[in-house]
Write a protein that binds this ligand. Structure first.
Ligand SMILES: [Zn+2]
Length: 476
């Protein structure tokens, strides 16, 4: 496929402005917009303001929508960062595409095991290390880079664009769904939606048509109204941590099977021709294992089983315990109250509320059987259904062709195992096709230590988005 003239110009501009684009990413990463930490909530709002300025410099007309405040577990209220919307172009002769990204990030601290300061973008060996570089500040900047390239090269942007950027995605997108539902009319002219908040499978370009959902649980166990000295009180109480370990140890077995009865009941059976989709996907199991540094075996050793268990079967993960001692060194304490945190990634047809009931009933039964004298409470703190979309659509075709223009290969058509609730909201408010177009690589370490985006993905990704806008405008 030969490259259209306008795209050649666009791509040349992006290549020539690499240094400036990276400078802007440095600024973005330096803003500590961790939405999970109340102490950095102002930084989330600062990040929204920063993005607005950058967008207005590109003539995008912006508006911030106040979505109120959040109740913290300690009873205090804290303001939510505003949602940032933007509009570029309103030519009725053009199609309108809706774009989503998030400007908040996961927590990060050097003591978590980062090699460099997570909030100082650090280039090394063609990679740009920093929290948010891949999830999701880098990809948001790729949109702005592409638009800048159109404008500076005097090429008319062939579609209208609407933007929704939020600052609470990493904390469950609090307030987003309600806000978008209340401004439903704003989406009336939207023809396509595109979300750049996922990653490739490994190091091969992808377009994504499915995500798993999530049911997150808190399991509280209380054995005393305060923490106790183990020398003084040890041996006299059935301890909350022992109780919690006993219960959480009965959630999943050594083969990854979830032990909660009924959890698999609604999972869609594998269709006869479904396995074939997986044969086509470029994916190396050994490389995958190496990239995550698993010392022993993976739960599944062939490509198809491994990918299906990442994407189309549910999985249970235990995340942590709050209330327990976790710092280095000894602390001979009996925690009085602990909260175990775990979640199940849900797949199509699974209903979070039904899953909640199954989990709570199961743990209550196990707790009762144990004869524990403690207090136990289990609750789903967050539930989201899985997402799937029809990839036989102009929106997906435009993304495929854009990827081919830039990377010279047909992208893998994949699902992902993670959860992005806005995908469902976008389907609901637009009634139109929702595409996930990932920018970064699978090994970018989103949510992990040493998150990075490859310089190549950041620059070529800007081109892909530029080419996607071009391809969208082609006759249907
Ligand atoms: Zn993200």
């Amino acid at each position: 496929m030969s490259l259209p003239d306008s795209l050649s110009k666009l791509f040349a501009y992006i290549d020539n402005n690499k240094v400036n684009f990276i400078e802007t990413l440095i600024e973005a990463v330096a803003i500590k917009s961790v939405s999970a930490w109340p102490q950095t909530r102002d930084e989330c709002q600062r990040m929204i303001n920063w993005a607005q300025q950058k967008m207005e410099a590109l003539n995008i007309s912006c508006k911030q929508v106040d979505i109120g405040s959040q109740d913290l577990p300690d009873g205090t209220k804290i303001k939510l960062p505003n949602i940032l919307t933007g509009t570029l172009g309103n030519d009725p002769a053009k199609k309108t595409v809706l774009v989503y990204g998030h400007l908040d990030v996961q927590p990060a601290a050097i003591e978590d095991g980062w090699d460099t300061d997570p909030f100082v973008l650090t280039p090394k060996d063609g990679k740009l290390y920093g929290r948010g570089s891949s999830d999701d500040k880098g990809p948001i900047l790729c949109w702005l880079n592409a638009i800048e390239a159109y404008q500076r090269q005097n090429i008319t942007i062939p579609v209208n664009i609407k933007f929704v950027f939020e600052g609470m995605e990493e904390s469950g997108s609090i307030g987003l769904h309600k806000c978008l539902m209340s401004m439903r009319r704003w989406f009336d002219d939207v023809e396509f939606a595109c979300i750049t908040d996922s990653r490739w499978l490994g190091n091969y370009p992808c377009v994504t048509y499915g995500l798993r959902g999530l049911a997150h649980f808190n399991l509280d166990i209380e054995c005393a109204k305060m923490d106790l000295h183990s020398g003084v009180f040890g041996g006299t109480v059935y301890e909350a941590m022992t109780d919690l370990f006993n219960l959480m140890g009965q959630l999943v077995d050594v083969n990854g099977k979830i032990l909660v009865p009924g959890v698999y009941d609604d999972v869609e059976p594998v269709k006869p021709d479904e396995d074939k989709i997986y044969e086509k996907i470029v994916f190396d199991v050994d490389e995958y294992q190496k990239s995550i540094g698993t010392p022993g075996r993976l739960l599944y050793e062939n490509k198809k089983d491994l990918l299906q268990h990442r994407w189309r079967f549910p999985a249970l993960s235990i995340h942590g315990i709050s209330g327990a001692h976790c710092k280095p060194g000894q602390k001979t304490v009996i925690p009085g109250k602990v909260t175990g945190k775990f979640s199940i990634r849900l797949v199509p047809n699974q209903d979070p509320n039904k899953i909640e009931k199954l989990v709570v009933d199961y743990l209550s039964k196990k707790f009762k059987e144990s004869g524990s004298p403690n207090l136990m409470k289990c609750q789903m703190s967050h539930g989201v259904r899985a997402f799937t979309e029809n990839p036989i659509n102009h929106n997906f075709q435009a993304a495929v062709r854009a990827t081919e223009h830039v990377y010279g290969v047909e992208p893998n058509l994949i699902r992902e195992g993670s959860t992005i609730p806005v995908t469902l909201t976008f389907q609901e408010v637009t009634g139109k096709n929702v595409l996930l177009l990932p920018i970064g690589c699978g090994d970018d370490g989103a949510h992990s230590q040493n998150e990075k985006i490859n310089e190549r993905n950041f620059i070529e990704g800007s081109k892909v988005l530029g080419a996607y806008l071009y391809e969208l405008s082609k006759v249907l």
